[in-house]
Unconditional design. Structure first.
Length: 255
């Protein structure tokens, strides 16, 4: 079998970023095996709307695939909380948007902290991969799992920002499943405004994920932005400006 080369994350768009703006800060969190590059276009659009924007790389991401195995769900949640508190110390309002696992972390932050508003994007309450719940059992025998070929979706994504691992350590899949379970269990604790973003063409998460979030949260203001014909990583799709526009509108109206 041909060995897959590691991705080079030295490109500027892969680095954590901060763009200073108003007293309303926005934390952007990438997804499982992804990088800050997946949130960069959204970040630039939100900054253009006036927000202070902070994008992070979660521990074990944007390095090497096997580095993920050195970190757990606790490390990812802790990093998200630290980044949130950093913005909170400097901004009057702090909202959060995250992609995929970043969306799950967004839900957890809203459940546990004083968040102004949230936008979980392609956030799974379950996945189409039925093997994910078994990752905790499988990892001693299957060390890594590779993603499928996404070349067919390349025309639907800006590949200049598509930086992520081509797979993941199996034990990391168990950590992702743990975060999903925690977030789904405590959705009722969310009271801030919520805009869930999901594509009908998402090939990764369970199709009912956004509706599960809507049914579970206690927020008075909540809604779903449904997208068509764009993949899971919709933040670098042709819809990214629309996503940023709708997210920014909710965040400003939540101040």
């Amino acid at each position: 079998m041909k060995h897959r080369a590691e991705v080079d994350f030295s490109a500027p768009q892969c680095q954590p970023f901060e763009m200073t703006g108003s007293s309303h800060g926005v934390l952007l969190i990438h997804g499982f095996t992804g990088s800050a590059a997946h949130m960069r276009l959204i970040g630039e659009e939100l900054h253009a709307q006036g927000f202070t924007v902070k994008g992070i790389n979660l521990p074990g991401h944007a390095t090497t695939m096997m580095d993920m195995a050195n970190y757990t769900w606790q490390d990812w949640l802790h990093a998200a909380k630290e980044a949130f508190l950093d913005l909170k110390a400097r901004c009057e309002h702090v909202s959060v948007a995250g992609l995929s696992m970043g969306g799950v972390l967004t839900l957890l932050l809203a459940e546990q902290m004083d968040v102004t508003a949230i936008a979980p994007i392609s956030a799974p309450t379950a996945t189409q991969n039925k093997l994910l719940p078994l990752a905790g059992i499988a990892h001693p025998f299957v060390k890594t799992i590779m993603w499928g070929d996404d070349s067919g979706r390349a025309k639907l994504m800006d590949m200049n920002y598509h930086y992520g691992y081509q797979g993941f350590p199996t034990r990391s899949g168990a950590d992702l499943y743990k975060l999903m379970t925690m977030a789904r269990k405590n959705l009722h604790a969310i009271t801030c405004p919520v805009l869930a973003v999901q594509s009908h063409a998402d090939e990764t998460i369970a199709p009912e994920s956004a509706e599960t979030i809507m049914a579970g949260v206690s927020s008075q203001r909540k809604g779903v932005l449904w997208l068509e014909m764009v993949p899971h990583v919709c933040t670098i799709s042709p819809e990214y400006k629309r996503i940023a526009q709708e997210i920014g509108k909710l965040f400003k109206e939540s101040e």
